[in-house]
Design a protein around this ligand. Sequence first.
Ligand SMILES: Cc1ncc(COP(=O)(O)O)c(C=O)c1O
Length: 485
Amino acid sequence: MDPDAFRSAAHAVVDLMADYLETIESRAVFPAIEPGSLRPLFPMSPPESPEPLEAILADYRRLVEPNATQWQHPGFLAYFATTASGPGILGEMLTAALGQNPMLWRTSPIGTELEEVVVDWLRQALGLPDGFDGLLTDTASTSTLIALAAARETCGAEASARGLAGRDDLGSGLRVYASAEAHSSVEKACMTLGLGRASLVRIPVNERFEMLPEELATAIAADRAAGLRPIAVVATVGTTSSTSVDPVAAVAGIAEREGLWLHVDAAYAGVVAMLPDRRAPFAGWEGADSIVINPHKWLFTPLDASLLLTRRMDALRAAFSLVPEYLRTLDRTAPVRDYNEYTPQLGRRFRALKLWILLRWFGLEGLRQRIERHIELAADLAAAVEADPDWELLAPVPFSTVCLRWRPSAIAARADEPAVADRLDQANAAIIDAVNRSGEVFLSHTRLAGRFTIRVAVGNLRTEARHVDRAWELLRDAAASQAVL
Ligand SMILES: Cc1ncc(COP(=O)(O)O)c(C=O)c1O
């Protein structure tokens, strides 16, 4: 593709992208298709001969766009939103054109140093002290894996050098603590790091789904008495199911007293710390050894971008640095940052570019306004739910996610009887199914205290009051066709 051909093709692609974004609301958020129905639409084998771009783009419009889950749709209220904002998309385009691999400073001076700049900009925006340094990864799962690898390294087990298999000197094993509501990525990190799922101790939560610090202290003491070796605690600010907030300051106090690594998972909610008036849920997080926040969740950044902040870059390096001859840079004596030494993988994306563009285009002010608006939209919905006697909130709403269910007032007193509880679960599952079939909005669910829970998670850049209002209307319409229990 010579430069002229590239230029005209790229213009055509930009038009396609703009058309897509302009018409996004005309599409169903989740397309009405069945699993397995797409694969037969594509040839069984790759083309032998080159095909014209027009044909490829025509197929893209016909086969790809309509069969995507429309994460860019303002009615996307499921899971946690990921929006590719305009400046974020432009950043991705430029990233692709530059083709950087900032594995070493040498392989991308700008990729390396702009990452340092953007990480520090974000740290300041979040109100964290300058002892925090960090890096960008693909996902919170990877960030947490890296943090727990660093924790494992600092516990004195020399795991990266000696491994963990057959180690009698480690007592009965290493232990990591997280609440019963912590994300599965913590458990996966334990699996991946050779600690095993059994190493993760799930600490009970209160009725607000927040970790009970006294239970944490008890669990650590019991494990020490049993010859186990506690190494890390994960506190979550904004859990996946209910967005509950663990008491970070109390957990930090325990971690410090016990000499444990504290990792704070704020993958979704962390960006709220950019709003100085809303920092209360984060009190104490400056005492963490590491913190993860995903710009690709609520900072309008296209996948992927996860920010791992840490006060202990040296520990990350101890866990992952391995420099073979072919990665040595021979022509310099002053040390530079080679980011590959802090992560399991070598090659890495130039994620700082899109963040630099996005932070400048919105400005912190623009980002704060949009996040604040989402919090307000969720609060308005929560108020409407509370005012309706046939619906109930199943968790507090500290950020922008509302957990609710239909529970007709006539059966409120019997709602916990097993037969009624089952029927409520089924009814709410049917309600969410009907709402999602409308294609106008897309919701997801979870289970809280055993109850089927509908989640309305506001976080898409394009979501306005009318979309949340419509979701609420669709929910009540769908409930109206349920038989009264
Ligand atoms: C609290 C929390 N932590 C971690 C993750 C994992 O994020 P990622 O998909 O970036 O690995 C999620 C995903 O929703 C989450 O909600």
